[in-house]
Design a protein around this ligand. Structure first.
Ligand code: NAP
Ligand code: HSE
Length: 449
């Protein structure tokens, strides 16, 4: 009979519970897929023993001491599902030092410490598997690293944060407020322990860093990826985008030019008919372009208990049959070997959507247009509704008064540009923010036709 495989589950929250459920409820299927080896969950490690759990694992020790679980000689695989970059890092390093393979869903950890962790894994002749770290249940890590191995990847565009996509979908489709939609995403287990990471673009940037490592071999530290989250998107932007035929999505993008790659995360206006525009709720999608294959689109559940657990368990099975050990050795991830250099996104060319709150006074529109003209940016269209005739819009406007106690009439001004270099557009937006007729910072997003 084939030898069993002992597993320590360090973290039994949303994802850990899903993993424990798959391993216990489908034990027979797991043994068959693991080449006859039974997968035995020996330890569940949590922080608070008093917390009620949605899963019972007969025979597993439940405790709070991750060191004891990792050191158990009957454990061959440590599954790190506590999140964060401090204790999680200690868990992974201790597991490798003790000769255990590691499975993790922790993109923040990989983005911050991938180099050190993979060096330690190579030294220990063990593997780190991380299919669940990007796009939850979508097998994008294997697709990029193995199935598309014949290609040089030339571009990646992804909806990589389920929480942000859930919030944007709820705002656009049912007019749900930003804060209500975020609360619901948290209730459903999509959000990170600190949801700021979801909405400020950090989580998508961590995932993009992981994809960029696989596709280009570049080690992008979190600070190397320009990022803008969804918090600045106002309900009026969602409405203006819809009026123009677009949907706003938070995209993580990698743009290749010669031997450089620009990485950024930002809200983008996508044509309503674009396949990525139709990705709703907590779903993720990744559009990968390869020089041989052309475009390939991967779509599925990007967050949540069971989809993410599906990817974690696939990694455990890969280790059980010895597949992961072969691919890990061949891939040489986080080894510093790359032909690509990171580049700022200043040279990336795009159309832009710009929305500013402006005083409804003579010369303001001319001043705004001059800022764009000075950077040689051509205007494609302008929308300025009369505030008084548009109660929905005027409701969004802050009240203002002049020194003579006269109300200041402010209106949202929306400009769509023709294609321009991102750097030039940023310079124009900076100049525009200094205009006396512009109230508060302008919002701008690139437009992908
Ligand atoms: P979670 O629900 O917050 O669960 C974290 C678990 O870790 C809890 O069981 C917690 O114990 C335990 N824990 C935290 N600190 C600990 C410590 N010092 N010692 C022992 N146990 C500790 O998180 P999650 O949503 O499952 O996410 C886990 C990882 O998966 C994160 O890296 C996350 O980024 C990643 N991920 C999550 C999703 C998703 O949809 N949720 C998708 C993909 C990837 P208690 O239960 O006692 O609090
Ligand atoms: N918080 C993450 C998201 C979980 O919303 O996408 C999946 O990594």
């Amino acid at each position: 009979m084939a030898e069993s495989l002992g597993i320590a589950l360090v973290g039994c929250g949303t994802v850990g519970t899903g993993v424990a459920r798959i391993l216990t409820e489908h034990a027979g299927r797991m043994t068959a897929r693991a080449g006859g080896r039974s997968l035995v969950l020996r330890h569940l490690v949590v922080r608070d023993l008093a917390k009620p759990r949605d899963v019972v694992v007969p025979g597993a020790a439940v405790g709070t001491d991750w060191r004891a679980a990792v050191a158990d000689p009957a454990v061959q695989i440590v599954v790190e599902l506590i999140g964060g970059t401090t204790i999680a890092k200690d868990v992974v390093l201790a597991a490798l030092a003790a000769g255990k393979h590691v499975v993790t869903a922790n993109k923040a950890l990989l983005a911050a410490h991938g180099f050190e962790l993979f060096e330690a894994a190579r030294k220990a002749e063990r593997v780190i598997c991380f299919e669940a770290a990007v796009a939850g249940g979508i097998p994008i890590i294997r697709a990029l690293g193995e199935s598309l191995a014949a290609n040089q990847i030339t571009g990646i565009q992804g909806i990589l944060n389920g929480t942000s996509n859930f919030i944007l979908s709820a705002m656009a489709e049912s007019g749900t407020s930003y804060s209500d939609a975020l609360k619901e995403a948290q209730r459903l287990g999509y959000a990170e322990a600190d949801p700021t990471l979801d909405v400020d673009g950090s989580d998508a940037a961590h995932k993009l860093a992981v994809l960029a490592q696989i596709a280009f071999g570049v080690t992008a530290q979190p600070g190397d990826i320009e990022k803008q989250g969804i918090a600045g998107i106002d309900a009026m932007d969602t409405r203006f985008a819809a009026e123009l035929g677009y949907t706003i999505k938070l995209l993580a993008e990698a743009w290749v030019a010669d031997k450089t790659v620009a990485l950024h995360v930002a809200p983008v206006l996508l044509r309503r008919t674009d396949p990525l525009a139709q990705v709703r709720g907590a779903f993720n999608a990744v559009l990968v372009t390869g020089d041989v294959v052309g475009e390939t689109l991967f779509q599925g559940a990007g967050a949540g208990m069971m989809p993410t657990a599906s990817s974690v368990v696939a990694d455990i099975l890969d280790i059980a049959v010895g597949r992961a050990q072969k691919t890990f050795a061949a891939a040489k991830l986080w080894s510093g070997k790359t032909e690509f250099a990171l580049a700022p996104s200043d040279k990336v060319r795009s159309r832009f959507y710009l929305r500013a709150l402006v005083r409804d006074e003579p010369g303001v529109l001319a001043d705004v247009c001059r800022c764009l003209a000075n950077e040689r940016i051509s205007i494609a269209s302008i929308i300025q509704h009369e505030a008084v005739e548009s109660p929905a819009l005027s409701a969004d406007l802050p009240a203002g008064r002049t020194g003579e106690n006269q109300p200041i009439l402010m209106v949202p001004l929306v400009i769509m540009t023709h294609v321009a270099e991102t750097g030039r557009f940023r310079a124009a937006a900076k100049a525009l923010a200094k205009l006396p007729g512009v109230c508060g910072p302008a919002v701008f997003f690139s437009v992908d036709d």
